[in-house]
Design a protein around this ligand. Structure first.
Ligand code: ATP
Ligand code: MG
Length: 576
């Protein structure tokens, strides 16, 4: 491809709303453009990287025996009612009506459609196991679309679904997909970690893992054990409560004492203004969820784990209560809420129950209490693990190692669904004894567009993007320094023709621009190898430039063609 023909405009500055490196660089280098919040166009460079990824995904899925299908985005609401997810999925589900007023959704995922498909196609165990996959656009009305492709409202996903007669079959299918995912992410040059995860709205009680791209800007926190290799999403990590809750003898202990704490609504303010240690303070948080208002108590140096609370209460999403609910429950605004005298049920984290005495809000503006005794000044009837693990907590698996924490971007997710969907949608098949059994399902997703951004997030420097060879939009970038110089022009044309005839995807910068502009754009676009055709053209020599290391080497063009050909044969680089 000649750069004079390529639809690419590089930008000096990234639009202000782009906060993450990948978002800024993908915009600046002309890979994507925003159409609406969380909705993007892929320009030719972006589309090419997507195609490389799709090709790797297809090769690996097919080699594991999965078959490609293509299911619709437009899905009848009826199917979602059958699975009982029409309401449960919440506001992320994009709903619409056709001209006959029939309800539809834009698919955020495809368990319903695929299960309905298999209920029609498969009636006997003889046709199982089967795994189908697709690479397809998904729609989710995310509360906060952010970071460009990392959290879109319309995005590309590879989703796969396995169907088996029993759980043993599912275990095998799961294992196969797990290994396929490792190969895919390895080939994409991603630094990642597979972690145990929570099943979320997708349902199913079985085991599941998330594949996390390691990145400071990741929204997820991963806990890793220093000893036994345990790795899990923080939401999922059980905290070992250790010693039994402290049950002091209250007799003779003084009553809590009120002290003045104006404008000290946060733990940090109390720490600074009143010289308190966070671990001596109790945070009282008022939540609403499942139609109820309740309080959760955690230590000042701990954070509430909402998922654990949801599981304990057996309800869906919970949210911090609004001003009215807080006032009603606590008689004061947030910042001064305390557990004593609350009119709502109180869930107490085990670390709070183990405190001898503590500082809490006084339930009155501008005041806190010291000397509050758990079990005396508030009830310890609902004690449990309601907080996130922190540094220093021991590993829930081996009990000995310490937990280490990292940030991650979830790029893939594998679930053992079991029979949740096949039962609800009536997808059964006859087993060897002639009895009808619900098919046992697994589902496996990769956020293809998110993966593109995650790779960009991990591979860049102050000049711009640096693609791993297997994903680069072109294998090589030929930089013609001066179009006015005949020898340079002829040599770059010859090189371009030769590489193209060998089936190597090359981008020839044949624009009438200054060398500085060309280097700048090449640095931004991030093709891993550049061949610089400059003054040495008369000697049939060029500079071979490695984008990642910045190394330059003068070689003759025969050698350049050889080197670039060997790049092409690296796994995953050939364009389909
Ligand atoms: P998250 O917790 O980030 O919202 P999820 O648990 O909702 O993700 P899944 O339902 O497991 O995601 O979807 C499968 C994959 O699709 C995810 O692993 C992720 O890579 C990708 N994905 C999910 N939501 C988005 C989104 N809004 N934009 C881009 N990719 C997404
Ligand atoms: Mg989500």
């Amino acid at each position: 491809m000649r750069q004079t023909n390529l639809l690419v405009t590089t930008l000096r500055e990234a639009p202000a709303e782009a906060e993450t490196r990948s978002h800024q660089l993908l915009l600046r280098a002309g890979y994507i453009r925003q159409v609406a919040a969380g909705v993007y166009t892929y320009l030719p460079l972006g589309r090419r990287v997507l195609r490389r990824m799709e090709q790797i995904v297809r090769q690996e899925m097919e080699s594991a025996g999965a078959q490609e299908v293509l299911m619709p985005s437009l899905q009848p609401a009826e199917l979602w009612r059958e699975s009982e997810r029409y309401e449960v999925y919440g506001k992320e589900l994009m709903k619409l009506r056709d001209r006959h007023d029939r309800e539809f959704v834009l698919g955020p995922t495809h368990e319903e459609v695929v299960t309905a498909l298999m209920r029609g196609e498969i009636s006997s165990y003889r046709r199982l196991p089967v795994t189908v996959y697709q690479i397809q656009t998904k729609f989710r009305d995310e509360r906060r679309p952010r970071s460009g492709l990392l959290r879109g409202r319309e995005f590309l996903m590879k989703d796969a679904y396995s169907f088996d007669t029993d759980w043993d079959g599912l275990d095998q299918a799961y294992q196969v997909m797990y290994s396929v995912y490792e190969r895919i992410f390895d080939r994409c040059g991603l630094k990642y970690r597979a972690v145990q995860a929570n099943a979320g709205a997708i349902g199913g009680k079985g085991q599941n893992h998330e594949f996390m791209a390691l990145s400071e800007i990741g929204e997820d926190t991963i806990a890793v054990c220093s000893l036994c290799g345990y790795a899990a999403n923080l939401e999922q990590v059980e905290v070992q409560s250790g010693a039994a809750p402290h049950r002091p003898d209250f007799a003779g202990r003084p009553a809590p004492e009120r002290f003045h704490t104006p404008a000290q609504k946060t733990i940090q303010q109390l720490e600074q203004e009143s010289q308190l240690r966070p671990q001596d303070i109790i945070k009282t948080l008022i939540y609403t969820g499942g139609g109820k208002t309740f309080a959760v108590l955690v230590r000042g140096d701990h954070e509430v784990n909402e998922l654990k609370v949801q599981k304990y209460l057996g309800c869906g999403d919970i949210t911090l209560a609004d001003y009215e609910h807080v006032q009603e429950a606590a008689g004061t605004g947030s910042g001064y809420v305390g557990p004593a005298g609350l009119s709502v049920p109180i869930l107490v984290d085990a670390a709070v129950a183990a405190m001898t005495e503590a500082v809490t809000g006084a339930g009155a503006e501008d005041y806190h209490l010291r000397g509050v005794v758990p079990g005396r000044d508030f009830p310890l009837t609902q004690v449990g693990d309601f907080r996130n693990a922190v540094t220093g907590d021991s590993c829930p698996q081996c009990g000995e190692g310490e937990l280490d924490f990292h940030q991650g971007i979830e790029v893939g997710h594998v679930f053992k669904l079991g029979t949740v969907y096949s039962e609800k949608l009536g997808a059964g098949c006859l087993d060897a004894d002639g009895r009808t059994q619900p098919m046992v399902m697994g589902c496996y997703g990769i956020g293809i567009s998110r993966l593109l951004a995650a790779v960009a997030e991990q591979n860049n420097d102050d000049q711009g993007l640096i693609w791993p060879q297997g994903l680069a939009p072109f294998t090589v970038h030929i930089l013609l320094m001066s179009v006015k110089d005949t020898a340079q022009r002829e040599l770059s044309e010859a090189l371009y023709a030769r590489l193209t005839s060998l089936g190597i995807d090359s981008l020839l910068d044949d624009r009438d621009e200054r060398a500085g502009v060309k280097f700048k754009d090449a640095g931004l676009i991030g093709i891993p190898v550049a061949l610089v055709v400059g003054k040495l053209a008369t000697e049939q020599r060029i500079e071979y430039m490695d984008r990642r290391t910045g190394n330059k080497e003068v070689i003759d063009i025969g050698e350049a063609v050889l080197r670039v050909s060997s790049l092409k044969s690296a796994p995953g680089t050939a364009f389909a």
